[in-house]
Ligand binder design. Structure first.
Ligand SMILES: [Zn+2]
Length: 438
């Protein structure tokens, strides 16, 4: 049998641009096609990165989840290659919303980008086929709802292509459920695990989301007569919906900026079904604003606020996110400095600034620390647990800013897990555009 070929088109040795090509016997499928959300590339340049796919016999594109670094080019590429786009139900809502935004911005209203694309919805654990390729989507936890791993059965091989994921979702008990799911995947006998290792340098497991929500509500309750501004990613629906569930009956809740307003519509569309509510009392006069700009983006609500007269002494600002590292050391430093200056301006207007515990060293003594954020990715122990549960023969890490610097960590992880499971795990030294055969 011909080997299964895997070629990372992007995402290996970098953060963003995730895209993987799977090929066998002249046919191909693509998993994810994203951008680098931090760059200002125009669409023409973005599409050039996918040129190597144009002469392949691609049968379908599958998206693990709707974050831009995995999904932004999905619609455009599916149209260009004239193939179906496989997504989950909630990913489809996100994809519709960011393509509609593009249509509005570019006055592309006559013919929506999303029209004429064959969007197929998959369901958790419901197997489907693309030709002879058998795919089983496995839902995992992440910072956006419905992030999936794909169990791919092709050419006599089992690959588990894990999208961004963590083990623990909103509640701590979700961790055990995730591990159980991974063990069920492992029972198939996995040849290759493709895994997001963004947080491998951090020890431990990622903590439950519920602790962040509790902590923010406690901080709001400390100053009921003030205005509270929560800055986070508009796609972090789980956190926003959990906060909103606790706030809407008593506080005045505002969604600011186009993407946050869109999030409020998405919440209406999906929250009813998924929310498990629990309540903490919030003072009725409290005013809470959700906004974007947790990365200091131009034109975001946080920048508008810093330039306005709206802040009154004692109003509170919560940065419920981490700064995503820039492309390189210089870009990273520039990003940190720019965000620090922005927060300082808000402080000078009288606001109390709260950042995630451990980030004071980035911003300085003028900020307060609190438990405001958990990552959407797993730390070292969580990643070890994933590998231990899936028991792959080979491991292909992605989502790292620097492949070489992370290689030793991944090797150590594979070595440690191999001792536990009693079988060797080989780490593939992959590079973008280089083909691996298994
Ligand atoms: Zn993601």
């Amino acid at each position: 049998m011909l080997p299964l070929k895997i070629t990372p088109i992007g995402g290996v040795g970098e953060i963003g641009n995730n895209c993987f090509l799977y090929e066998n016997n002249g046919e191909a499928i693509v998993v994810d096609c994203g951008i680098d959300p931090g760059s200002n590339e125009v669409e023409e340049d973005i599409l050039k990165r996918f040129e190597s796919l144009y002469d392949k016999n691609v049968k379908a594109i599958l998206l693990t989840h709707a974050h831009l670094d995995h999904a932004a080019v999905g619609i455009v590429l599916a149209k260009k290659l004239n193939v179906p786009l496989y997504v989950s139900r909630i990913s489809k809502l996100f994809i519709q919303s960011f393509n509609n935004k593009y249509d509005r911005q570019t006055d592309n209203s006559e013919k929506s980008r999303i029209s004429n694309v064959d969007i197929k919805i998959f369901e958790d654990q419901v197997k489907f086929n693309i030709g002879i390729v058998e795919i089983t989507p496995i839902q995992m936890e992440h910072s956006i709802p419905e992030s999936f791993g794909f169990l791919i059965n092709w050419a006599g091989k089992h690959v588990f292509h894990l999208g961004d994921c963590k083990l623990t979702g909103f509640w701590l008990e979700s961790r055990a459920r995730s591990i159980q799911r991974l063990k069920e995947v492992g029972a198939y006998g996995i040849d290759l695990l493709v895994m997001d290792v963004l947080n491998i340098r951090y020890p431990g497991f990622t903590e439950p989301e519920s602790e962040v929500v509790d902590s923010i509500i406690d901080l709001i309750n400390q100053a009921p007569d003030k205005k509270h501004y929560i800055f986070l990613f508009a796609s972090n629906l789980r956190r926003i919906s959990a906060l909103w569930n606790q706030l809407w009956r008593r506080a005045q809740v505002h969604f600011n900026g186009a993407s946050m307003i869109n999030t409020s519509y998405l919440l209406e569309a999906i929250a009813k079904k998924r929310m498990r509510t629990y309540s903490k009392k919030v003072h009725s006069k409290t005013s809470v604003h959700f906004g974007t700009g947790c990365q200091g983006e131009e034109k975001s609500f946080i920048r508008q606020l810093a330039d306005s007269e709206k802040i009154e002494p004692g109003d509170r600002i919560y940065i419920s996110a981490s700064l995503i590292p820039g492309k390189n050391y210089t870009a990273n430093r520039r990003k940190k400095r720019s965000f620090r200056e922005l927060l300082k301006r808000l402080k000078d207007r009288g606001a109390e600034i709260f950042v995630q515990t451990g980030q004071k060293n980035i911003y300085g003594d003028f900020v307060h620390e609190a438990h405001l954020h958990v990552s959407g990715h797993e730390g070292y122990n969580g990643l070890s647990k994933i590998v231990e549960s899936v028991r792959p023969k080979w491991l292909l890490p992605y989502h790292v800013p620097h492949q070489v610097r992370f290689a030793a960590k991944v090797e150590k992880l594979a070595f440690d897990v191999a001792k536990i499971i009693g079988e060797e795990i080989f780490v593939l030294d992959a590079k973008n555009h280089e083909t691996i055969r298994i």
